[in-house]
Design a protein around this ligand. Structure first.
Ligand code: APR
Length: 236
């Protein structure tokens, strides 16, 4: 409930938390969707039409993500998970592994991960190589139908039951570095509010219609998130 010391914290992150690690966002100026047609590289139909183009796109993003380093915002969330007396769950829309590399453990990738590979024919999953090739056979069934284990537009995000359960129990919901343009992620704040959680947005600029969040902190994540973590840990 607003005002009580929050025991359970659910944190939703988006591309903005990785922006200062050099990974592009999607909808900012020069964002990925200003340079690529998402229907060609982030839909099942695009993959069916041209799997090689899709693999080129994700091979480039995988290489960028592997070369990037977690920033102070990722590290601050890992510190919060380690030092907070209650539970901290990070639900990320991001497919990079910067949260893991910063030390976050209680983490759900609702849009999948560049580090995962999936067979479109048999659903076999395995760790993705640095470069995936449309003609390579699935290690499980041998079919040349391998794809990145990424949730595309029109597909169901992962872990939705676990996320709904965590929101139902949440005392505090924090949204960091997301435009709130894509559902169901953009609707999580409403679920948290309905469950009685306090809601906080930390973003370069307020991303939604005013009033959805109880509180908004505007600023770059690498500064605003560590400051917020310091404040909340000081008060616990
Ligand atoms: N610090 C904090 N916030 C930032 C920073 C920064 N340094 N830089 C950008 N932002 C904010 C932007 O203001 C914007 O609100 O991050 C947000 C990025 O928004 P999007 O580019 O839309 O990214 P995201 O919200 O993660 O997109 C959601 O859309 O295309 C799909 O699957 C994809 O997971 C992605 C989903």
């Amino acid at each position: 409930m607003p005002g009580l010391k929050p025991e359970r914290i659910v944190i939703l992150t988006g591309a903005g938390i990785s922006a200062e690690s050099g990974l592009g966002t999607f909808r900012d100026k020069d964002g990925l969707w200003t340079r690529y047609d998402l229907t060609e590289v982030a839909t099942p139909e695009g993959f069916a039409r041209n799997p090689a183009l899709v693999h080129d796109f994700y091979n480039a993003r995988r290489a960028n993500a592997l070369d990037a380093r977690p920033n102070a915002a990722h590290s601050a969330l890992a510190r919060l998970e380690a030092d907070w007396p209650g539970e901290v769950l990070v639900v990320t829309q991001n497919v990079d592994d910067l949260h893991e590399r910063a030390g976050s453990r209680n983490l759900l990738h609702m849009h999948g991960a560049l580090s995962g590979a999936l067979c479109a024919a048999c659903d076999h999953r395995w760790p993705a190589p640095r470069e995936m090739d449309a003609d390579a056979p699935c290690p499980g069934c041998g079919a040349p139908r391998i794809r990145p284990d990424i949730v595309w537009f029109g597909e169901i995000p992962y872990h939705m039951d676990a996320i709904a359960e965590a929101l139902f129990q949440a005392d505090l919901f924090v949204s960091i570095g997301t435009s709130g343009e894509v559902y169901p992620a953009a609707g999580l704040v409403q679920e948290a509010r309905a469950a009685g959680a306090e809601t906080l947005e930390i973003n370069l600029e307020p991303s939604r219609v005013p009033g959805i969040f109880d509180r908004v902190i505007a600023g770059p994540a690498s500064a605003a998130v560590p400051d917020w973590v310091d404040d909340i840990l000081t008060g616990c």
